[in-house]
Design a binder for this molecule. Structure first.
Ligand code: HEM
Length: 446
């Protein structure tokens, strides 16, 4: 574990250049860079970039160790906080320690299976309204349409009301995600008064205006006493204090953003993959005819929509909406035969593991049918982890899975989507995996 000088020995990895390390290779194509590392250097890889030390984990057991068994030894870390604090403040995604525990406890009930079942009608209703607004033969940008419908769904279900200006959120999110995903932006501190940084903070102000409007309307109209927003506004800590306004705002911002973009991406990628795989679409439609018999999908149908679920799982395998997770070692941690030094960044990549031929035959093929019970049983637990894992696992995983299933079922029940865009997706590795171009599909009524 130590070399002759007594310094901890590093795992293998690319040499990179002096000072900038592997920054250029990463900036050129982060997905290709991480994939190369995962295929060439074994279970644990080291590289540096702009003076920061990275340890990339290419083995499901190591991922499990970090997220589950030794999660106490890792925090979200400086890099994660630099990127996300300006966006989600001290909300659930970014909070740490006892504050995180208290917030998770408060938010959890909104995601209890019984509550989620109550949301199903809204999910189907909003999707039906969106699909009814399209003319037969119309070409739509499915990514932006799905962003809008998932925003309406999360807002109605969790906050008891519609967002009045959804377009603002989507435009602001484009600016935020472009800044975070652009490698050049990591060369400029976020506090520097550049045009890009100014646009970034203006976009966050725009998101805040929408969030403030939701909170004010909720206070004024006492909407849905059971909503998670009511819980946040009325909860008291041990000293009897309510949550301060800033924290309520951070939490609403977190749930609004984390709660819609990822699911919209899972759905966009599902439509995109189905558009290229007519045989999979035929199987999906056959299941919908069989299970729904022409009726609108309901909660009761969800367990029987098995192939629909496999479509979502398979598209999240090939195109995970969150392509990687970052952690930082709080102390020196022994891992995979090496020592991860305190302060080093650990990165775990859904992108590379989900496409790893050791775990998935013909990994680049879109094959929903591969998700048989046999595969589920034989797969190492963290070879597939679209929702992360351990205590910081996605709080909205069940919500997202039900939503994706019901939205797909509603859309494909009596429609066919023909891919108009290029057959290859161009993706930006931001916090999420974002298409850089509109994803265009022509809608045909069946
Ligand atoms: C397909 C859809 C989704 C995907 C792929 C996804 C993915 C993830 C992942 C990977 C994490 C863990 C991040 C980490 O460990 O650093 C996470 C956390 C989180 N997600 Fe999701 N998510 C989805 C949908 C949702 C929805 C629908 C909501 C809320 C309505 C939500 C809210 C959150 C929150 C609040 C956290 C932080 C949880 C905590 O740290 O306690 N997500 N999500």
């Amino acid at each position: 574990m130590f070399d002759s000088s007594g310094a901890p020995e590093r795992p293998p990895g690319p040499d990179g250049y002096p000072v900038i390390g592997s920054f250029l290779a990463f900036a050129r194509d982060a997905f290709a860079f991480k994939t190369r590392l995962s295929r060439e250097y074994g279970p644990l890889t080291y590289y540096s970039s702009l003076g920061r030390e990275f340890y990339q984990l290419n083995d499901p057991e190591l991922v499990e160790t970090v997220l589950v068994h030794r999660n106490e030894q890792f925090g979200k870390g400086e890099l994660f906080h630099d990127i996300l604090d300006p966006v989600t403040g001290d909300g659930l995604l970014t909070a740490e320690g006892d504050q995180w525990r208290r917030q998770r406890h408060m938010v959890n009930p909104a995601f209890h299976p019984d509550r989620i079942a109550e949301y199903s009608e809204i999910m189907v209703e909003e999707t039906t309204a969106m699909a009814d607004s399209w003319a037969d033969g119309e070409t739509v940008n499915v990514h932006s349409e799905l962003m809008s419908v998932t925003l309406d769904i999360v807002s109605r279900t969790l906050f008891g009301m519609e967002v009045e200006d959804g377009g603002t959120i989507s435009e602001a999110l484009d600016v935020v995600m472009d800044r975070v995903g652009s490698p050049a932006s990591s060369l400029v501190p976020i506090s520097a008064p550049t045009p890009g940084n100014r646009a970034f903070f203006e976009a966050i102000d725009d998101i805040d205006d929408v969030v403030d409007d939701i909170i004010e309307r909720h206070r004024a109209e006492s909407i849905d006493e059971d909503s998670v927003l009511s819980t946040l506004l009325t909860a008291r800590d041990d000293a009897g204090e309510t949550m301060d306004d800033e924290l309520v705002r951070d939490e609403v911002r977190t749930l609004l953003l984390a709660g819609h973009e990822t699911t919209a991406l899972a759905l966009t990628f599902s439509l995109f993959c189905l558009g290229q795989n007519p045989a999979a679409e035929d199987l999906l439609v056959a299941e919908l005819e069989d299970v729904l018999g022409g009726d609108r999908p309901t909660m009761a149908d969800a367990p029987n929509l098995e192939y629909t679920e496999q479509v979502v799982e398979e598209s999240m395998r090939l195109y995970p909406p969150v392509h990687g997770i970052l952690r930082e070692a709080k102390t020196d941690v022994a891992l995979g035969g090496y020592t991860i030094p305190e302060g080093a960044t650990v990165n775990l990549n859904q992108w590379t593991l989900h496409r790893d031929p050791r775990f998935f035959d013909d990994p680049m093929a879109f094959d929903p049918g591969r998700w048989s019970d046999d595969l589920r049983e034989s797969l190492p637990r963290f070879a597939y982890f679209p929702f992360g894992g351990g205590p910081r696992r996605c709080v909205g995983d069940r919500f997202a899975k039900l939503e994706a299933k019901l939205v797909l079922a509603t859309l494909y029940q009596n429609r066919h989507f023909e891919l108009v865009s290029e057959p290859k997706l161009s993706l930006l590795p931001s916090i999420t995996t974002r298409p850089t171009e509109p994803v265009l599909m022509r809608v045909h009524e069946r």
